[in-house]
Design a protein around this ligand. Structure first.
Ligand code: ACO
Length: 465
């Protein structure tokens, strides 16, 4: 192991030791859970708070203690010893891969990182002007087209396929007009399709691999285009994290950058029934497919109360300006009852274990950082201190996963608009693992709303209103 990446491992082990000291006692051993005997009684708040919708073996969060477990493995151990490739395999399959399984899985990822057809279609849109999460969501749906021919099976050729029938045509050429042209293009599409092997079901494991490998490719391409550059081809020699950074920045990362990105991806891979996971499961439960499902996860993740908070954190830190302005800013925010981005969590009422790792990584070897990053980091540290003093301690509001991740990514030269897409790149593992698991005992999601409206209102014709 590279000397400096060993130092990163030491940082994680230190954070783990502190977490264990503060949150565990010897009597509290974690034991395997049980499946549910339905129906179940639970106390439910608005927004389904407290509701139990399914049982799952994918991951466990204890918010009161600040524990996070994937498939039985403590998050700190996975960060210290594992890789995102292993962790995503673990989440999908339930056990860590053997060397042969990992090699086969890596081969799949390498193969699926090439998304020529998807990118060609996506680049026909004004990606540089679009919200990055919106572009990513669209790219994910276009990936579906590259993977499956389901629309044709239903006897209805999709516009996307018709357009890309001619592999050399510019993307987003106008949709076929006139019967003769349409028939020509659709036939050409069929021929092109025959040349490719049929890949299979868009809700199966293969589609999950395709998304795991492809979402980073799309994210990197969006990032490049927004900076006025061309997308870069994947490098099959690089790890998942290193290749992702390479495709985003155009530079092969240092071992430390690769290791830190790998850890960030591990930390964001799964987190119980959070809003975006729930969104993707709701869509899957209708027997829609995994691409639509992941597309919905991306949409839900984009909001500032969820994954969008990481971008907001950086804007807030910049708005505050410097550590000596934090106290005043927090007082004003507190008076206005303004939520501080990157703090608080629906589940954690203790320090988020992911922030325990990302905090020290954000500050790693700070003396080598440019002045503006040092300022951001110092402002963040002071904000954490002031929030804790002012109301955090009393309300149990701690930094969450989004608080330090932005500084970590900024140090790699990544633009804030790409922070939430990076979250999505990682969370594809959790979304797909939970969807696959849920589909084994699928039941369409259908909670109720309590009607609090009126009855027997008399219809008034338009001209009388
Ligand atoms: N800043 C200030 N006060 C806060 C914050 C915050 N970030 N978060 C919660 N509080 C306060 C609330 O105002 C409330 O105070 P009150 O009891 O005096 O009314 C109390 O703490 C309880 O908060 P809730 O709103 O009930 O917490 P909830 O579980 O509904 O919300 C949420 C969780 C949405 C994450 C919230 O903490 C928040 O908006 N945080 C900022 C956005 C953010 O960082 N989101 C990312 C979360 S992590 C993720 O999704 C990946």
């Amino acid at each position: 192991m590279h000397e400096n990446t060993q130092k990163i491992t030491d940082i994680i082990l230190k954070a783990a030791e502190k977490a264990r000291r503060e949150t565990r006692d010897e009597d509290q051993k974690l034991r395997a859970g049980k499946s549910i005997d339905w129906p179940i009684e639970c106390t439910i708040g608005p927004g389904l708070e407290g509701a139990i919708a399914c049982d799952s073996k994918v991951g466990y969060v204890d918010g009161s203690k600040g524990w996070l477990v994937y498939r039985g493995y403590d998050i700190f151990d996975l960060c210290a010893y594992s890789s995102y490739e292993e962790v995503s395999y673990l989440l999908l399959h339930g056990s860590l891969p053997t060397p042969d399984q990992l090699e086969a899985f890596n081969k799949k990822l390498v193969e699926y990182r090439y998304l020529n057809k998807t990118l060609r279609l996506l680049m026909g849109f004004p990606v540089e002007e679009m919200n990055a999460m919106g572009a990513l969501r669209m790219g994910t749906i276009l990936m579906r087209q590259e993977f499956t021919y389901r629309d044709q099976e239903a006897g209805r050729p999709a516009i996307g396929d018709a357009i890309s029938a001619d592999e050399d045509s510019i993307p987003m050429e106008t949709a076929p007009t006139g019967e003769a042209k349409a028939i020509y293009e659709f036939n050409a599409a069929k021929k092109a399709r025959k040349r490719k092997k049929m890949l299979g079901d868009a809700s199966g494991l293969e589609a999950c691999y395709h998304l795991l490998a492809g979402v980073p490719t799309i994210t990197a391409a969006i990032s490049r285009v927004r900076q006025g550059h061309m997308a870069i081809e994947p490098d099959p020699q690089l790890s998942h994290a290193a290749n992702f950074l390479y495709m985003m920045t155009g530079k092969r990362p240092t071992p430390v950058q690769e290791r830190i990105m790998d850890i960030a991806l591990i930390l964001h891979a799964d987190h119980g029934m959070n809003a975006s996971t729930f969104a993707s499961m709701v869509v899957a439960s209708t027997l829609s497919d995994i691409y639509f499902s992941v597309g919905s996860g991306i949409a839900a993740l984009s909001g500032p109360l969820h994954g969008g908070a990481n971008e907001q954190v950086l804007h807030t830190l910049k708005e505050i300006g410097s550590p000596d302005q934090v106290a005043d800013w927090v007082q004003t925010a507190s008076k206005k009852k303004k939520k501080v981005p990157g703090f608080g969590h629906r589940v954690y009422k203790a320090y988020d274990p992911r922030a325990r790792v990302l905090g020290p990584l954000a500050g790693y070897r700070m003396r080598y950082c440019p002045e503006d990053i040092v300022k951001l980091y110092k402002t963040a540290k002071e904000l954490e201190r002031q929030v804790f003093r002012t109301f955090g301690h009393e309300k149990k509001i701690f930094p969450n996963v989004d608080f330090y991740s932005g500084i970590v990514y900024s140090r790699m030269g990544i633009d804030p608009s790409m922070f939430t897409p990076i979250f999505a790149v990682s969370r594809v593992a959790g979304w797909t693992a939970r969807v696959l698991e849920y589909l084994q005992k699928n039941r369409i999601f259908r909670p109720r709303a309590m009607y609090s409206g009126e009855f027997e209102r008399e219809y008034v014709p338009l001209e009388q209103r």
